[in-house]
Design a protein around this ligand. Structure first.
Ligand code: KIV
Ligand code: ZN
Length: 512
């Protein structure tokens, strides 16, 4: 068995399924470029049959990214697989990832229609046939077909073995064993992988992949247990983002394998020095903060504070550090960005942050950068990210904030007046509120006639000093849909209005 573990990144597919997040096709391309620098083996870009935008994302990435294998997800349904095949047409190394549920709960719950059979056994037989047909169809588009046995963690192992054997017989080259609901514990999941190696007769013709969710906080531990027991591909996401509590964090799995090579005796091809940059890029683009205590990439991951620790660390850093911060990309010399920094300096910094822009995008960003630089002594990385979100990755503008005026004070009723362009129509309105932010949001709601509610509001000064850019992140909810909106400005009320309008634009684009 090989001593290399293939790293399958699903940040753009499973990661993007995290509640309240959405990436456009160009956002996915930006992140995919950085994942290629990180040197992951496989990038799962999306689920092309789910939306035209996801189809386009897979097409864009497949057309540009050459190193890693480019993968697209499908159900065991021919129209899904055909969409994958088309979207991946330009990929140098395409992979189709198809599969079906295998636990009794999934079989009875998701395939309850009589057309799949009346009893559990009949339904299982139908699902095996569907899996075989799906793999065979996918093989017509690419030799590299991965089969997932959804909810394998809760499945009857005997049926799981039968399903895997059939999928490999049909041509699957990788079999993915997902703990879809994050239900298993490490010893049990490791034993499951071992038992697959022992009971699936043709297993040596395929690579075993593990795909663990974090509902009990065990995704990384379960993935490592799977690897220890013979899995040679691991599926994970940057910062561990994903459905519900998320997926196994890629940076944690890789650094565990690397730091404890003495125990695992395995390696990956990942360029760990790109971790911090990748983590930040993903967090910025999704509007999700990385917790300070997040392993490997959190801002406190290499900070020492208590006297005893600091004393020991200063004498010998190995007393309290098992990894070196520079190994995950934490120590870089700093260039100060000011209005005198040219395009080359700006491009360099953007690339360090993981944003590889086209010349046109760079020019656009540079103009906006100069406006900010004129107002501030130094432009910080966070300022750049805020600028990029406004300039380079905008969602279609159903609503455009043209004018904002607010009035507030210790002895005044907070009042806001707004003017918005809604398509070609200009609308104006005013409202009073509990504070200026509340008044502004109410005025915008009134003008846009939205029923969206503000579920969360976060503000942070992304730079220091009184001239700082304030970044506001809001979560809006409407009809069961949740989106994040972001806005940045040196004026926090304006940033709030922008974030609210950005969220409304996202809701409008989802409703299309
Ligand atoms: O968690 C899961 O089961 C999945 C599959 C679609 C691979 O994400
Ligand atoms: Zn998953």
């Amino acid at each position: 068995m090989t001593d290399t573990v293939a790293v399958f990144d699903t940040t753009l597919r499973d990661g993007e399924q995290a509640a309240g997040t959405r990436l456009g096709s160009r956002d996915k391309l930006t992140i995919a470029r950085q994942l290629a620098r990180l040197n992951v083996d496989i990038i799962e870009v999306g689920y092309p049959a789910s939306s035209p935008e996801d189809f386009e994302a897979v097409q864009l990435v497949a057309g540009e990214i050459e190193g890693p294998t480019i993968c697209a997800l499908s159900r065991a349904v021919s129209s899904d697989i055909e969409a994958c095949g088309k979207a991946l047409a330009k990929a140098k190394r395409p992979r189709i990832h198809t599969g079906i549920g295998v636990s009794d709960i999934h079989v009875m719950g998701k395939f309850r229609d009589e057309k799949y059979g009346g009893t559990l056994e009949e339904k299982k037989a139908t699902l095996v046939r569907m899996a075989i047909d799906a793999v065979k169809l996918a093989k017509q588009y690419t030799p590299d077909v991965e089969f997932y046995a959804e909810d394998a963690g809760r499945a009857d192992p005997v049926f799981l073995f039968e399903m895997l054997q059939a999928a490999i017989e049909a041509g699957a080259t990788v079999v993915n064993i997902p703990d879809t609901t994050g239900y298993t514990v490490p010893e049990q999941f490791g034993a499951l992988i071992r038992s697959i190696r022992e009971h699936v007769p043709n297993i040596t013709r395929a690579t075993i992949s593990v795909h663990c969710h974090d509902d009990l906080g065990l995704a990384v531990a379960n993935s490592l247990a799977g690897i220890r027991n013979g899995a040679r591909q691991v599926e994970c996401t940057i910062n561990g983002i994903g459905e519900r509590a998320g997926n196994a964090a890629l940076e944690e799995v890789v650094m565990a394998l690397r730091t404890r090579a003495d125990y695992f005796g395995l390696r990956t091809g990942v360029q760990a020095r790109e971790f911090c940059r990748t983590s930040r890029l993903v967090a910025d683009m999704l509007g999700m903060m990385v917790p300070a205590n997040k392993a490997v990439v959190g801002s406190n991951a290499f900070s020492h504070s208590s006297g005893i620790h600091v004393d020991g660390f200063l004498k010998d850093r190995e007393t309290y550090e098992i990894m070196r911060p520079e190994d995950v990309g934490l120590s870089e010399s700093r260039v100060v960005l000011t209005a005198r920094t040219g395009r080359a300096g700006l491009r360099d910094r953007l690339e360090r942050l993981g944003y590889a822009l086209s010349q046109e995008e760079l020019n656009q960003t540079y103009q906006r950068f100069l406006l900010v630089a004129d107002k501030k002594q130094e432009v910080f990385d966070e300022d750049l990210v805020a600028i990029l979100h406004d300039e380079i990755h905008p969602v279609p503008e159903t609503y455009h904030l043209e004018y904002l005026h607010f009035y507030s004070g210790t002895a005044a009723i907070p009042t806001a007046t707004v003017r918005l362009r809604v398509h070609d129509e200009v609308r104006e309105g005013a409202a009073v509120g509990d504070g200026p932010v509340d008044a502004v949001c109410k005025a915008i709601s009134h003008v846009t006639r939205t029923s969206a509610t503000l579920a969360r509001y976060d503000i942070r000064a992304v730079t220091s000093g009184t001239e700082a850019i304030g970044e506001v992140t809001v979560q809006l909810e409407e009809g069961g849909r949740k989106v994040m909106g972001r806005g940045a400005s040196t004026d926090v009320i304006e940033a709030s209005a922008k974030a609210f309008v950005d969220g409304l634009n996202k809701l409008a684009s989802l409703a299309r």
